[in-house]
Design a protein around this ligand. Structure first.
Ligand SMILES: [Zn+2]
Length: 267
């Protein structure tokens, strides 16, 4: 698929799976096309956004290719702790556009191969039944639960290091966000909540979630863990936390805001 925005001054984000190609000396991106990068730009590309008045395109690099001289690959998750929020948002947006294009090559209604939207909207259109497929974003709630001077943190079975984070889960069809928070927490640790309040959100490109952060207070119930998902969960005192997720994630922001508030109240 050629893109009319693909001009000499276009800037690029190049992914190999969930790894982004960055300059080896300073990990910078997006990248201006040059003689080293041009041979890598053969795959279909997609417009992401505008950056300093230039079009930003994203494309993927074939899995087996090594990075060219002067560049290396960095996983999106590793970049989270190394770059600012604006840069991470740009990389995340590009990654989600690419993921969407990769998973919507065919019409989900009739199976015909899709084509780019004729007016350049971010949609893949079916030439047979005209069904338009837009980027899919999966809403996911995440909640910081406090009880007296403690915060509830859980170690998920899927964590491969001894890290504790907040409970989180996908919103189901027909649910409000508050209902999703209450249901997830009841399912995973058997606890009832009160004062569920919206905190803030973060695009989370793994691969295309929107994290919706909440705070809440424990209302009733002892911790009863859903063992297939949760290895351990405890109420930790605000000044005695275990290893938590890295700064930059909304989980970190929620934990930080909650323990700061608890410290002010209980110090
Ligand atoms: Zn169709």
């Amino acid at each position: 698929m050629s893109n009319p925005l693909n001009q000499p001054d276009t800037i690029w984000l190049l992914f190999r799976g969930q790894e982004l190609l960055v300059k080896a000396d300073d990990s910078s991106f997006p990248l201006q096309a040059n003689s080293t990068l041009l041979p890598l730009l053969n795959n279909p590309n997609y417009h992401v956004t505008w950056y300093q008045e230039q079009a930003v395109l994203v494309t993927h690099i074939d899995e087996q290719l090594p990075p060219p001289e002067g560049y290396h690959f960095q996983h999106l998750r590793a970049l989270l702790t190394q770059i600012n929020q604006e840069q991470f948002a740009l990389a995340g947006m590009a990654s989600q556009v690419l993921e969407w294009a990769k998973s919507h090559r065919f019409c989900s209604r009739c199976g015909t191969a899709t084509m780019p939207h004729p007016q350049g909207d971010r949609a893949l259109v079916c030439p047979s039944c005209q069904y338009s497929q837009y980027p899919r974003i999966n809403p996911c709630v995440i909640v910081a639960i406090s009880k007296d001077d403690t915060i509830l943190l859980a170690r998920a079975q899927r964590f491969n290091r001894p890290m504790y984070s907040l409970l989180a889960g996908f919103v189901e069809a027909g649910e409000t966000l508050e209902q999703a928070v209450a249901r997830e927490v009841l399912e995973e640790v058997g606890v009832q909540l009160k004062n569920i309040r919206y905190f803030g959100s973060q695009a989370w490109p793994f691969p295309s979630n929107l994290m919706l952060g909440f705070t809440a207070e424990w209302a009733s119930g002892d911790l009863v863990l859903q063992e297939e998902e949760i290895m351990d969960a405890q109420f930790f005192r605000y000044d005695a936390l275990p290893q938590i997720p890295p700064a930059g994630s909304i989980a970190y922001q929620l934990i930080h805001a909650t323990v700061t508030e608890l410290a002010q109240k209980y110090r």
